[in-house]
Design a protein around this ligand. Sequence first.
Ligand SMILES: [Zn+2]
Length: 452
Amino acid sequence: MPAVSVVLLTITTGAGVFSASAQPSTAGSVITITHVRVIDGTGQPPLEDQDVTIAGSRIRSVRPAAADKPAGQIVDSSGKTLLPGLINAHGHLALVDGTGNSAGYYTEPHVIAELRQYERYGVLTMLSLGLNRDLVYQVRAQQRAGTLDGTTVFSADRGIGVPGGAPALPHQPDQLYQPRTPQEAREAVDAAADRHAEFVKVWVDDAHGTLPKMSPDVYRAVIDEAHKRRIQVAAHVYALADAKQLVADGVDVLAHSVRDSQVDAQLLDAMKRRGTYYLPTLTVDASFFDFADHPELLHTPFFQHAVSADTLAYFSSAAYRSKVADDPSTAQHRHDFAQAAMNLKLAYDAGVKVGFGTDSGAMPSRVPGFAEHRELQLMVDAGLTPLQAISCATRTNAALLGISAHTGTIIPGKQADLLLVDGNPAISISDTEKIVAIWHAGKSVTPVTTSR
Ligand SMILES: [Zn+2]
């Protein structure tokens, strides 16, 4: 059978209204991706020269390439690699308007635009880790009903911060709780639970002593109440001492790296014992200087399709590079980044469950879609193998979100959440950017254009 170009498989949807999870238009379709290298997300070495068959929304089979192909469409993928769709367990929606943050930006069109941007960069699931308005649940309901596309969204609701303290981002009153007492904290958790939030978020950070920090009494109440309601708790954290206390108190996810000091055996042992997840979010610290240090990042279509012309011009300007160079906090961010990279390697090698997050969407320099691929590169720079980094972003994050039974690995029966790229990310992690096709629950998604 002759090779069929991937381009022919692109499904045009006039209104952009189609299902990420669904069946009607794809239930009968069968697609076989032939002669492809498979990185299945489990961390095992790639399988060479495989045929992967998608039937409807699911992966039907993964087997060595054979002469007899199933009926249906054939996508000849020699020299290409198939990996699971990426999962971002720490992102935000509709907080950034161009080169600034805007409290009024969290509206349905902006939320949907960002969900679509993630999807065309191959990030097929994301957890919006706080600062959500309630409309996130309308969006989530539309996705579940099969009437809205975009990355599959999970919600950590509004988030629980500190009066006068973190998070210090512009927001509307209906995007954040700032409880003064443990009782108020429990009420905030109950409200989130009543909206069927998947997670609750707390911020535990005094910004180097410049802001009030959430008291352990408050976050203990959050954790206790959330667990009663069967919701997991993720904590923004910076300092080792806070990380230790949060883990001891039962937090489920440390949503950033420890950055004030080296992680120690006490923390790592406790995290392993309790099964606490660790999200390194290296792009958080790198985002303060990465574009100034590496202007070549800005020169690719892969980046340029993720931002507006104004944003591109801003990060490309000499004024931006001077701003970074002159900012007295840049040295601190460089230190934090180096510490985070070191701690990632220590945590991973100790056997802690290392997931994957970016904090993309929280600031203009954390660009949804782009940031996730950059995070993979930074994790490899920090000493993980490409396969380890990919597994953090796929299998481990699926487990973190409680969706391992459905997605996160390329195994028959799982949802067909797949990213087809040129090259071999097991050798060169930046090959994840060479996206040629995406399937989200079996549905073809037009990927970001990687040519100019
Ligand atoms: Zn965040």
